[in-house]
Write a protein that binds this ligand. Sequence first.
Ligand SMILES: *[C@@H]1O[C@H](CO)[C@@H](O)[C@H](O)[C@H]1NC(C)=O
Ligand SMILES: *[C@@H]1O[C@H](CO)[C@@H](O)[C@H](O)[C@H]1NC(C)=O
Ligand SMILES: *[C@@H]1O[C@H](CO)[C@@H](O)[C@H](O)[C@H]1NC(C)=O
Ligand SMILES: *[C@@H]1O[C@H](CO)[C@@H](O)[C@H](O)[C@H]1NC(C)=O
Ligand SMILES: *[C@@H]1O[C@H](CO)[C@@H](O)[C@H](O)[C@H]1NC(C)=O
Length: 422
Amino acid sequence: MCWKEILTSLRRRWVYLTVTLYIVSIPFVMLNTDSRVFQVGDQKNQLHYDHRNAFASTFHRLLDHTRLPMTADNFTIPSGETFRLPIPSSPTGFRFQTPIGKKLLILDVDSRSMNETGGLLNSTWATTERIQWETSGRLNHYLFAQIHGYDYQFVRVPNLRPELWGTWSKVSVIKEKLRHYAFVVFTDADILFPYLHVPLEWLFNYWDIQSNNLVTMAMDPLDPLNFDMYGKVVLNTGFLIAQRSPRAHELFEAWETCPKDERYPGCSYWSFNWSHEQAAFANYIRYDFNWPDDVKAIPCHEANGNPEVANITCAGKLVRHYWATKAAVTSALEESIMQYFIHDLFDQFHDNYDNIVSTTRLTGVAPDTQSIVVNDGNIVITPYTTTSRTPGSTDTPEDLRGQEDSFKLEEFDGMLEVRPFA
Ligand SMILES: *[C@@H]1O[C@H](CO)[C@@H](O)[C@H](O)[C@H]1NC(C)=O
Ligand SMILES: *[C@@H]1O[C@H](CO)[C@@H](O)[C@H](O)[C@H]1NC(C)=O
Ligand SMILES: *[C@@H]1O[C@H](CO)[C@@H](O)[C@H](O)[C@H]1NC(C)=O
Ligand SMILES: *[C@@H]1O[C@H](CO)[C@@H](O)[C@H](O)[C@H]1NC(C)=O
Ligand SMILES: *[C@@H]1O[C@H](CO)[C@@H](O)[C@H](O)[C@H]1NC(C)=O
């Protein structure tokens, strides 16, 4: 059967229409494959190729030439401090040399409705001034995940266990997500990745995260409030790196059921009392899961606190935790994005330097004039009264006295020149 026969046998208009629509849709289907790079979450969370996705795509490309290689020798923060990768502990080199991609989940968990003005889940944009700091923190996590190809999920939890303080739910959700991901990086709303071009793989190499580390957290500041019952400083659960393994699953199960007082008598004290699941981990879990590499502690100044409070506590040099100044999260989000655009803008200016910048050459006047002011189209030159002469110039400042109005600005040979009126 040839094409002619098929077409004559299918006369009805809708057939042509369907074929036309199919052909027209091909470029869109092909375009859409491009957007897969930026997919986040599971199938229902797929991004579509629209103007919003174009933002992620633009940002992704913008960072392509700035992205820090996973095994880069060092990284210098704007204050000038340099962080250097340690000597790899394995003879095969650093553990993270290829992207972890979708095997890593950046996880936000919240039980609040967040649908008020400026809330993350309210689809009406409020101004940056009215945006809630929780919204800003989550947008930073979401963008960071897209840039490096990690999965991102925001999990809304109903308060199913009213006998527990809300933050306990993070333990259950991390445990659940670890069934599907090799790594779960949990982030409180006030956690911020300040350097979006630095991948977690580099930070993991820097912190030397090994396969037998179950969880990794930052130490809390050395404040009397932050010690457990044995006098050891607690680890902050606001930024938590969990790694899948049967033993990690066991740890999260023990932690989740801690307030039942079965495995850990007394743990229910922390069901509602501050610092809840964090205190339970510090007082019970880490003493139970105590193989040398089970729990990894990273320095407070690297992943706790923020620069605004650096004079009194930890500075959040690589990952920030804005527990002390939550209002600063929105400007930190802006800064985390704008630094790259401003850098690119600056580079673009310099790429076009020759088309933008010209230099005015002065001729016909002593070069040691104090000021040149355009006044009604005339150039008013005010000479210094006492000044050293520039070699080669003939007019003395005194010669120019009284002649302030006798010069004009002229274009000559592509240069702007100040010349005397003829
Ligand atoms: C950082 O690494 C680069 C590339 O290896 C090197 O050229 C540079 O000197 C290093 N900077 C510092 C401060 O060590
Ligand atoms: C906002 O959240 C509250 C509490 O979850 C809910 O009762 C309300 O219906 C929500 N409003 C809208 C417009 O979704
Ligand atoms: C969502 O935000 C809009 C705009 O700020 C506001 O008018 C609306 O009341 C908010 N919705 C809820 C449920 O608060
Ligand atoms: C919370 O702390 C208070 C004060 O220390 C204590 O009396 C109370 O029993 C604690 N709550 C629980 C559930 O143990
Ligand atoms: C720390 O710095 C902040 C802001 O720069 C300032 O307001 C605060 O007083 C300082 N605190 C101390 C103890 O120096």
